[in-house]
Design a protein around this ligand. Structure first.
Ligand SMILES: Nc1ncnc2c1ncn2[C@@H]1O[C@H](COP(=O)(O)OP(=O)(O)OP(=O)(O)O)[C@@H](O)[C@H]1O
Length: 254
């Protein structure tokens, strides 16, 4: 569980986050959604400790990240998996080396043990016989699955995903969304996904926070999103024609 209390963040005169308070729950996919420029990535970077908020606190379980000593911060980093926008695999490394990278960084495991774990997570994301390939030799969807395997190889307690579907076709995007959700449940991970994709909202939006101009303007689930009259939500949903129609049907059916 990650708890965020009254986070403010400005860059110069530009106030980007204006008092965000929320809880990202364990064993759930928590979505941060909102229009471009609403502050999603800045919030994610605050959670990761990459930006220091001007005001407010962030707690991992009961411990504020701002009060952690070096060892506690290192321990936390070991428990964080990150799925970057675009995958961010190392082009010059094989798939096996890419996935093994966090184990080499953070553990003292023997190579054979690391290899077993790498093969286990590659199998989990339904990728076999790709160990010796390079990222450029596999499809974008497969690259994304390798990135997921790398993000979970060290058994994270927290998984952060920044626009995990960018650049993928809708079918592959759904596969990736579902994989993130399944892995979250199987391992009881606190997963935070930044997205502006309505399909993801529908597929995996168990806990959603909607940001607008740096304010948290709504939170709820993908079930609630079609029932609420909150104008910021309907504006967001209505920006997609397809979902405008789905919402109308859902409202009719009660
Ligand atoms: N390092 C920075 N320095 C100055 N301004 C920044 C910095 N990072 C972000 N911003 C500003 O903060 C605002 C919010 O940016 P952010 O990247 O969080 O938006 P976002 O909601 O993730 O948008 P998108 O969906 O387009 O990625 C933007 O106006 C951006 O220019």
């Amino acid at each position: 569980m990650i708890r965020v209390e009254n986070i403010h963040k400005s860059f110069g005169e530009h106030k980007v986050l204006k008092g965000i308070t929320t809880v990202f729950e364990k064993g759930r996919t928590n979505l941060i959604i909102g229009a471009s420029g609403s502050g999603k990535t800045v919030l994610l970077k605050c959670l990761l400790g990459l930006f220091h908020p001007d005001e407010g606190k962030i707690f991992y379980e009961d411990k504020s990240i701002h009060d952690m000593d070096d060892e506690e911060q290192r321990d936390l980093r070991e428990h964080i998996g990150m799925l970057f926008q675009g995958g961010a695999l190392f082009d010059s490394m094989t798939i096996e080396e890419n996935v093994m990278f966090p184990l080499r960084m953070f553990t003292n495991k023997k190579r054979s043990e690391m290899l077993d774990r790498v093969n286990e997570v590659l199998a989990r994301v339904n990728l076999e016989n790709v160990n010796s390939k390079f990222p450029a030799e596999i499809s974008g969807g497969m690259q994304k699955r390798v990135s997921i395997a790398r993000a979970i190889v060290n058994k994270p307690k927290y998984l952060f995903c920044d626009e995990p579907n960018s650049g993928l076709d809708p079918n592959t995007a759904t596969v990736i969304d579902n994989l993130i959700q399944e892995i979250t449940k199987e391992n009881d991970i606190t997963t935070v996904v930044v997205s502006h994709d309505m399909n993801s909202v529908m597929e995996i939006g168990e806990n959603i926070v909607l940001l607008k101009h740096g304010h948290l303007v709504w939170d709820g689930s993908n079930q609630d999103i079609f029932k609420t009259d909150n104008k910021d939500v309907t504006d967001f949903v209505y920006s997609s024609d397809l979902f405008k129609k789905i919402r109308e049907v859902q409202l009719k059916e009660g």
